[in-house]
Design a binder for this molecule. Structure first.
Ligand SMILES: [Fe+2]
Length: 271
């Protein structure tokens, strides 16, 4: 009986997805951010993905794709991600231009990705002209509607901005400004299993509304954890591997491209 064996294999299979975030690319591939060539560090991250994590269902890019608002930077990202076998999906960060993102790669702008017993929802927290984040009524309504439509699927929620303070004054001043609205929507459903985000350029695991929240290192510059003022970090770029389990658990690990210290301009007062 082949069918029952297949069903058993499907029900125990983990779904592996990758998160990369905050690549801050430029039109000029030789341009640098705080002394770091952001195109080269993204290439190094993707080389690590190619060598060690080929078998993935999709790749999520959680915002700040560009540093210079250029259409070319989005084209560069599209070309780099096209070397992977899995599809890539994008959401907006405060540095992004949603019109250009859609023009360059409309298929990457999916809000909902269905994968077996899971759905991944990618929400837009960008506010025009601001660094902080906000979930508009329409984004919250979309979240509510997707969760209601798929009550039997576990949900991984992807954002750019962090929904709760991370003990870093300068970063927390630009977090999501309406976490209570998100909490209210989440409280009306029981199928969200975790939240991932970018923006903070560091690895961090914490909780929001009883859910695991995972912040992921940028593919370029890192920020020092728990610093009240802007401070860069010498840790290496990285990404996050997420294994979505059939029972709703999320197993995750952060992978860095190297254990060595990064040569970064630590005198920078901002980015
Ligand atoms: Fe960023």
């Amino acid at each position: 009986m082949i069918t029952p064996v297949k069903a058993t294999m499907m029900s125990t299979a983990r779904i592996r997805v990758l998160q990369i975030t905050d690549p801050h690319l430029f039109a000029d591939a030789s341009a640098t951010l705080m002394g770091i060539n952001t195109s080269a560090t993204l290439d190094a991250v993707l080389a690590k993905v190619h060598s060690d994590f080929q078998a993935i269902e999709c790749l999520l890019v959680t915002g700040d794709l560009t540093q210079d608002d250029s259409e070319a930077s989005y084209r560069h990202l599209t070309e780099k991600l096209s070397t992977l076998k899995a599809p890539g999906y994008w959401l907006c960060g405060n540095h992004d231009q949603p019109g250009l993102m859609t023009a360059v790669n409309p298929s990457a702008m999916k809000k909902q990705v269905l994968l077996g017993k899971w759905q991944i929802l990618l929400l837009n927290t960008r506010v025009d002209g601001e660094v902080f984040g906000y979930l508009s009524d329409s984004e919250l309504a979309l979240l509510d509607s997707y969760l209601a439509q798929e009550p039997d699927k576990h949900c991984l929620l992807a954002l750019h901005h962090h929904p709760a303070p991370i003990n870093s004054q300068w970063m927390d001043s630009s977090m999501l400004k309406n976490p209570d609205d998100l909490a209210l929507t989440l409280s009306q459903h029981s199928n969200v299993r975790g939240i991932i985000h970018g923006h903070v350029h560091q690895a961090r695991d914490y909780e929001f509304c009883g859910l695991p929240v995972m912040a992921t290192p940028s593919t370029c510059v890192q920020f020092a954890p728990e610093s009240d003022e802007f401070l860069a970090d010498t840790r290496q770029p990285g990404f996050r591997v997420l294994d979505l389990m059939p029972d709703g658990q999320i197993e995750s690990q952060v992978i860095r491209i190297s254990d060595e210290s990064m040569k970064i301009n630590l005198e920078s007062k901002g980015y």
